[in-house]
Design a protein around this ligand. Structure first.
Ligand SMILES: Nc1ncnc2c1ncn2[C@@H]1O[C@H](COP(=O)(O)OP(=O)(O)OP(=O)(O)O)[C@@H](O)[C@H]1O
Ligand SMILES: [Mg+2]
Length: 250
């Protein structure tokens, strides 16, 4: 379970460039929930993810993951708990390393093993099996450098890296936005499958209202650093695209 209480973050405080990104933000997400998060540009979505993942620290408020206060836990110590996929396929993988080496790093990070651990035959078989679940034939290209892959292939691998060792929480920040429509659809389907098979608690940022309505089981809309809408069940099923659009404009 993720619990966020009264989280605030202001950038460039006390200067003419001051920006309040999150304003007394609060949310509770139960285990196994799959939340889609909408919100205009600059509404605070990525800042929220940065605070949850530990890339940034808040001015005030608390973040509890599985009851543990992680608000000021260093980012590398949260890597065991939080998996993350970014918008840019170039982020999240080491381009000059092979598919196998990237998976090995993610596996070590996820299991808390030393980086000095050498990849065993067993590890390799596990990576191959995991890659084959993507259905992209990448299990036969384990020695290919990640930098040579297409954006869609990279996002699929980054998704695998973020979930290979089940995280307590998966954060997806517009992770299909840079992909062509076909690859985006494939990565979205892959996401739904991985999340549902692993029952992974997930927050997915998207700018597509259709995707937000079709994916997951709860929908939130962020506006000026606060939750403006939180829909589940019947309310989520019956809301129209236009009603959601109107909320952006308020
Ligand atoms: N490192 C930073 N330094 C200064 N201001 C920042 C920084 N990061 C974010 N902001 C500001 O905080 C606000 C929220 O930004 P954030 O990136 O969280 O928005 P977002 O909802 O992810 O937007 P988008 O949909 O465009 O990705 C914006 O006003 C942004 O300019
Ligand atoms: Mg963003």
């Amino acid at each position: 379970m993720l619990e966020i209480h009264s989280l605030s973050k202001e950038f460039n405080k006390g200067t003419p460039d001051a920006q309040i990104a999150l304003d007394q933000f609060a949310m509770t997400i139960e285990d196994g929930e799959f939340v889609t998060l909408l919100g205009g540009n600059g509404s605070g979505k990525s800042t929220l993810f940065n605070l949850i993942a530990g890339s940034l620290f808040p001015d005030s408020g608390t973040i509890l993951l599985e009851g543990q206060d992680v608000t000021f836990l260093p980012e590398h110590r949260r890597a065991l708990l939080v998996g993350r996929v970014f918008q840019n396929p170039l982020t999240g993988t080491a381009p000059n390393m092979t598919i196998e080496e990237n998976l090995a790093i993610a596996y070590m990070r996820g299991t808390g093993r030393s980086l000095l651990h050498r990849t065993t035959k067993q590890d390799r078989a596990f990576f191959r099996e995991q890659l084959s679940t993507l259905g992209l034939g990448l299990e036969n290209r384990m020695n290919t450098r990640i930098g040579l892959l297409s954006g869609g292939q990279r996002q699929a691998i980054t998704l695998l890296m973020a979930t290979m060792v089940k995280p307590k929480l998966l954060l997806l920040d517009e992770h299909t936005a840079a992909l062509d429509p076909q690859s985006a659809t494939r990565v979205t389907e892959l996401t739904e499958r991985i999340v549902s098979e692993g029952q992974i608690t997930t927050i997915m940022v998207t700018h597509s209202i259709a995707t937000a309505l079709q994916t997951g089981n709860r929908l939130m809309l962020l506006d000026r650093g606060q939750i403006a809408m939180d829909l589940q069940g019947e309310a989520r099923r019956t809301i129209t695209r236009q009603e959601l659009l109107d909320c952006y404009a308020r």
